[in-house]
Design a protein around this ligand. Structure first.
Ligand SMILES: [Zn+2]
Length: 256
């Protein structure tokens, strides 16, 4: 204020005596190493949880979809993982431009693929993981299934292929769009409308169904992004009904 008042030729311009400039009460720019380590640990943490949908939305009967209430345990996805949340700093900053609506499709970048492998490693060793030695070890995943996509087929397919290669797992196939379906372009605002669009829009090709029946353990379901979780819920149900013993969603990003 003193500066401004001087600029305006105010004869009475003087220090106010109360502000940080006058009183010297400034914040330092030092950060304790403990705070720094904790922030680094949080930002570098491998992945975020993807909670599966357990209930169908209400109002499906009104839009002609015959699903309601609780999703049977045998048709649910298992808890999954994402590399990051789009709204987060850290991986969110890396993923936002990649997954922006106008961003071009392309193979998964190396740094992103490596980080996904870290997420898998952390997942395997953590609670509900499948690494040998962990007390409540879950059945080990035995294959990789990818999700079809109108917008980012290369990204999803290459990510699925990398996971299969690194995990030495077979790439079992991809969930496909039913001919003529247009689910990728449906507004995501309303759960019932979204479900109606997804219902019948996705299909498990016969070769994938055979592979799922023969696989003796859960499979990864790879997609680029999840927002409402309905695509994963519908896809997991289809895979389970086709014979998958379990479905572990693995996506790059959680929206929001
Ligand atoms: Zn002052």
């Amino acid at each position: 204020m003193e500066f401004l008042r001087r600029q305006l030729d105010d004869e009475g311009a003087a220090p106010c005596g109360r502000c940080d400039n006058c009183a010297g009460a400034r914040f330092g720019d030092e950060v304790s190493s403990a705070a720094l380590d904790s922030a680094r640990g949080e930002l570098g943490r491998a992945g975020v949880d993807v909670e599966p949908r357990k209930m169908w939305p209400t109002g499906l009967a009104a839009v002609g979809v015959d699903l309601k209430g609780r999703i049977p345990a045998g048709e649910q996805a298992a808890p999954g993982r994402a590399l990051g949340r789009l709204s987060d700093i850290g991986w969110g900053n890396r993923l936002r431009p990649m997954l922006a609506p106008q961003a071009p499709d392309g193979p998964v970048p190396d740094d992103v693929a490596k980080a996904v492998v870290d997420v898998l490693t952390d997942w395997a060793k953590g609670p509900g993981g499948w690494a040998s030695g962990s007390g409540d070890a879950q059945p080990r995943p035995v294959g990789v299934v990818t999700m079809t996509s109108h917008t980012r087929p290369q990204l999803i397919q290459s990510l699925g292929a990398r996971i299969a290669e690194i995990g030495r797992l077979p790439l079992l196939g991809s969930i496909e769009y039913t001919a003529g379906a247009d689910a990728g372009r449906v507004p995501r605002s309303n759960s019932a409308q979204r479900l109606r669009a997804l219902d019948g829009a996705l299909t498990v090709p016969p070769a994938l169904a055979t592979a799922l029946r023969e696989a003796d353990g859960p499979v990864f379901l790879v997609d680029d992004m999840t927002d409402s979780g309905w695509t994963l819920a519908v896809a997991a149900r289809m895979l389970r009904r086709a014979g998958a013993k379990g479905v572990l969603p693995l996506v790059l990003a959680v929206q929001g």
